[in-house]
Ligand binder design. Structure first.
Ligand code: SAM
Length: 495
């Protein structure tokens, strides 16, 4: 087997080598819950994190800020890698931009897959016993006190291979379907206490599963076959028991063209679900909300609006993470407003239950974005996820909605310093609307993201110094019955 450019060198600290089942169990048991080998220093490992595609740089900035190490970005792949010492593991769970975390066992930049399927699968089987498992298993063991348990699992035992829109496959050694949670369901994100190690390690056989995700068209095997054969060899090597639903360890086999990364999952459920208990049809991942918030750099005492808040995912993440600013969440749909109120209440209650009484700097309102009950030039930042016209609204309506939104946003935001961070998949309509508002908005930066397979843009706009009401795009005449009702003089932007 030829593997070139091995990128990760997991430094063993006196524990290097593959352990067969009983030896590993004895070693774990002897070391109790500690991450350090007896008498030894903390071990150094590489942590991998999946992040919303497009926000890799944001995530690596956060790692630098919170853990103080440089992260390597796997470009356009929604992954970052960084080294930590095991005593810093708790810091990793404080990151807000990461969806899933894993500890790397081994990584190959250019894995030379054999031509035939049989040879390749045979090689994967042999790999299982050659991998340097020790440090990763140590980290997995101490991670159990930080890990949040999945809210609930429902599954079938039917084999399943998920094929993503970009041709990526994912499968597990004995596939189990993870069904999406129904809308408006309360999640029980309760922290779990670490299972008793003696009990897990000695009395019970360790249960595991292998999850393989594969992308690339030059492979002679499927992810299902790789997971099955590699999983079988892992089982044999450690004498663990395969269990797709109630596993202790999830071994990850990530294959992207000729890059192969093998790791152990440190999260059971994506961290993006952390704040929301009442989901809606288009709830945004908290990790993506965090990336959008970082893009607009909230400052203390900023007034920040999400005028189309849906379930309130963006302002809630803001009120938790950038809590020196004040957030107003609004929507024109009663169900959305109720969900936001419930999400804020639920999160707040969890905090109180844990002994923290401080309130969140957030308010919720029912309003129409095209006619906001806000003073002109009173807002610092607008951050919102606009209807794409697919799952929410319609493309046709966007031709009216987007220009009206941009105009009203320009009115309430402070000229010269105000910003907007807007997410949409309807790029054509959005770009046209912005280009016709050149007197009010300047496009600064775009981050391309993937939202459930849809290619979307996060646009950072800066409010020009232009006075509202003075540019050709925003001249209105008041309707006879009140200043709050406006009518367009020039409706050339609408289709
Ligand atoms: C894509 S969803 C937002 C999802 C939200 N980010 C979340 O995480 O749940 C867009 C929202 O815009 C709202 N909306 C559409 N037109 C609006 C308008 N004119 N004024 C206020 N809200 C509007 C819809 O009711 C919907 O909740």
């Amino acid at each position: 087997m030829q593997h070139s450019n091995r990128r990760v060198n997991l430094k063993a600290t006196g524990l290097r080598g593959a352990y067969r089942g009983r030896a590993v169990r004895r070693q774990m048991s002897e070391q109790g819950g500690e991450c350090e080998p007896p008498g030894g220093p903390p071990i150094t490992v590489t942590i991998g994190a999946t992040v919303p595609t497009g926000f890799e740089h944001t995530a690596s900035e956060e790692v630098k800020e919170k853990i103080g190490v440089e992260a390597k970005i796997s470009k356009d792949r929604g992954r970052i890698y960084f080294s930590i010492t095991s005593d810093n593991l708790f810091q990793v769970h404080r990151l807000r931009s990461v969806d899933n975390l894993f500890v790397v066992i081994e990584e190959y930049d250019h894995y030379q897959f054999k031509e035939s399927k049989e040879e390749t699968l045979e090689e994967l089987k042999q790999l299982a016993s050659k991998l340097p498992w020790t440090n990763a298993l140590e980290v997995w063991k101490s991670n159990r006190s930080f890990k949040k348990k999945k809210s609930h699992r429902r599954g079938t035992n039917k084999p399943k291979v998920k094929t993503e829109s970009d041709g990526q496959e994912t499968s597990e050694v004995e596939e189990n379907e993870e069904l999406p949670e129904p809308e408006d369901q309360s999640s029980a994100d309760a922290e779990t206490s670490p299972p008793d190690l003696e009990e897990t390690a000695e009395a019970k056989v360790i249960k595991f599963r292998v999850t393989c995700s594969r992308a690339g068209d030059k492979h002679s095997f499927s992810s299902n076959e790789a997971a099955r054969d590699f999983g079988g060899a892992v089982q044999e090597h450690f004498q663990w028991k395969a269990d797709m639903t109630k596993f202790d360890i999830e071994v990850l086999l990530n294959i992207h063209n000729e890059e192969v990364v093998i790791g152990i999952a440190l999260t059971e459920e994506s961290l993006h679900r952390r704040n929301i208990s009442h989901f809606g049809p288009t709830t945004l991942r908290s990790t993506l909300c965090y990336g959008m918030l970082r893009l607009c750099k909230p400052q203390p005492s900023d007034i920040i609006l999400d005028p189309m808040c849906g379930t309130g995912a963006i302002p809630l993440e803001g009120a938790i993470e950038f809590n020196n600013a004040f957030y107003i969440a609004g929507d024109n749909n009663d169900m959305a407003v109720n969900r936001t109120v419930n999400n804020v209440f639920h999160f707040q209650k969890q905090r109180v239950d844990k002994g923290s009484a401080s309130g969140l700097p957030i308010d919720t309102v029912r309003w129409n974005l095209c006619n906001l009950p806000m003073k002109t030039s009173s807002v610092d930042i607008i951050i919102t996820d606009m209807p794409f016209g697919k799952r929410m609204g319609s493309r046709k309506k966007n031709w009216d909605l987007y220009p009206s939104c941009l105009r009203e946003m320009a009115r309430v935001v402070r000229p010269g310093s105000g910003k907007a961070v807007l997410l949409t998949q309807d790029k054509k309509c959005f770009t046209k609307a912005v280009s016709r508002m050149g007197g009010l908005w300047k496009k600064m930066h775009t981050v391309w993201v993937n939202i459930g397979g849809l290619h979307a843009g996060v646009y950072l706009l800066k409010r020009t110094a232009g006075e509202f009401g003075q540019t050709p795009e925003d001249i209105y005449v008041p309707k006879g019955n009140g200043a709050d009702h406006r009518e367009e003089k020039d409706n050339s932007e609408t289709s």
